[in-house]
Design a protein around this ligand. Structure first.
Ligand code: F6R
Length: 248
């Protein structure tokens, strides 16, 4: 596989990161109404979701023909738990725009077995002829995860059940009212699924992401830094605030 230099776009602050991501998604939907998007959850993304909901209310963007695939979901979990990614997506996007229910996909955290959830999701992904844009965040501390592809994930990885890295569990436990309710695992799209997108943007904010960004952009491409595998893709842009870019 060829490797490429990731494009780096450093913004003056986190609000400019939000604006840039918002513009990219809005332009994508304007130029191709039936775009297929891969979307993430997480604290980093909330700002641009707000902007796109506002734009929808002002009739500047339309989700009528769009399709959304979420990157990942905890497993097992009640989907109506406020900390599920299903709830996050409804709260921050889905309930506020005109996406058709049948066009929004997220791994089923209530499936009887993880195998069932995985094969159902992989089949749906495999049916997509084209994925236009993937929006990503990067995991906390040294994980360098994308989706929940933790350290050890390779570029050929597919949708699967994974055990969360300790650093991920620690960082994400703040989102659970009762820490003990946080699942130990998740279903994630694989890196090979993400690399199928025509265009990829990764957003990172804050000093705590600086090491992971540097490792993924400038370090060796290997499974120790799953986000480094993005450099197998010719159209990847890391959109960073100054803190996240501070080690580049
Ligand atoms: C979540 C996801 C994760 C997050 C990452 C960063 O759907 O794909 O890879 O993007 O854990 O999360 P935040 O933005 O909360 O720092």
């Amino acid at each position: 596989m060829n490797t490429y230099k990731a494009k780096i776009d450093v913004k003056i602050n986190h609000l400019e990161v939000d604006k840039t991501a918002f513009e990219i998604v809005k332009n994508q939907l304007t130029h191709k109404q039936d775009s297929v998007l891969i979307l993430p959850t997480g604290g980093t993304q909330i700002g641009w979701y707000k902007l796109i909901v506002e734009a929808y209310k002002n009739r500047e963007v339309d989700f009528e023909k769009a399709t959304i695939f979420n990157l990942d979901e905890y497993y097992p979990l009640n989907k109506n738990n406020p900390s599920s990614y299903y709830s996050y997506m409804r709260r921050n996007l889905i309930d506020h725009v005109n996406i058709k229910p049948e066009n929004w996909h997220i791994p089923n955290c209530e499936a009887e077995t993880s195998e069932e959830a995985v094969s159902e999701y992989q089949n749906l992904l495999n049916q997509q002829k084209q994925i236009d844009l993937a929006v990503l965040g990067i995991g906390p501390a040294a994980t360098c995860h994308i989706g929940f592809n933790e350290q050890g994930s390779d570029e050929n990885s597919k949708t699967r059940y994974v055990i969360l890295d300790e650093q991920t569990s620690f960082a994400n436990s703040v989102y659970f009212e009762n820490e003990k309710d946080m699942p130990k695992g998740a279903i994630t799209m694989g890196i090979s699924d993400i690399l199928k997108a025509g265009k990829i943007i990764l957003l990172a904010k804050g000093r705590e992401k600086a090491w992971g960004v540097q490792r993924s952009v400038l370090g060796p491409i290997n499974n120790e830094a799953p986000a480094s595998h993005l450099r197998f893709h010719p159209e990847v842009t890391f959109i960073l605030d100054q803190e996240a870019a501070s080690l580049l």
